[in-house]
Design a protein. Structure first.
Length: 226
């Protein structure tokens, strides 16, 4: 495909661009999040995280729920990330995790409002359905990270059970919990961790039953009307 045509389509469908970037992020984290790449890998992952944040902000601004709160949250995260790189600290990482979780939860809500604003299922809204799923997974992964920082030992695993989980491991737990497949080898053993997992499982069920099923119904109705 012509790169110019691809870029034009991604600009036309910002939700598809966000989905593509986040799926690329899963692969990038898988390659660099094992700690073997050292500080360079951490820098690459941090920069990529800021890219995802910017893409999400662009999509949120397309929705009716967008306002200055999204920009304020995104700018706060940028400032704290810069501060964290200059003077790393657990408290700063905790604040970043909480703010990023709030931003992605806000982005998910804005995307859902965008999909519910009319009675037609456009191609970008169908892409927004998938992008919202990944945004929710990102949000809960950051909540898990915040929980782990507050209550160490919340998420032991079969591999290195005493070590803290990496962000990619928590993202894996988030995806499996949101999808309801239960395939993760990471088990929450503290009350707060279990509460967050239960909330994410409930969010996944409600999202599939309420939002995705509605888009499927609208798509089928449009096809039948033709």
């Amino acid at each position: 495909m012509d790169p110019k045509l691809l870029l034009a389509r991604l600009r036309r469908y910002p939700s598809a661009a966000l989905l593509a970037v986040q799926l690329l992020g899963v692969l990038l984290h898988a390659a660099l999040d094992d700690g073997g790449t050292g500080r360079l890998g951490q820098v690459v992952l941090s920069l990529f995280g800021l890219l995802v944040l910017g893409m999400a902000l662009r999509v949120v601004r397309q929705s009716p729920a967008a306002n200055s709160w999204a920009i304020a949250l995104a700018l706060s995260v940028l400032v704290l990330w810069g501060w964290h790189w200059l003077t790393p600290g657990t408290q700063l990482l905790l604040a970043i995790s909480v703010l990023e979780a709030l931003f992605y939860l806000y982005a998910a809500g804005a995307l859902i409002a965008y999909m519910l604003q009319d009675d037609a299922a456009t191609p970008d809204e169908l892409m927004a359905a998938a992008a919202t799923f990944t945004v929710l997974a990102w949000a809960f992964a950051h909540l898990y990270m915040a929980c782990q920082l507050l209550v160490p030992g919340t998420f032991p695993a079969a591999v290195r059970p005493d070590a803290p989980r990496t962000w990619f491991e928590l993202l894996f737990l988030s995806f499996t919990s949101l999808a309801g497949v239960g395939l993760s080898d990471i088990a929450p053993v503290k009350p707060m961790g279990r509460a967050l997992v239960m909330l994410e499982e409930l969010a996944g069920v409600i999202y599939i039953a309420g939002v995705v099923s509605r888009l499927v119904g609208l798509t089928l109705r449009r096809r039948d009307s033709r």
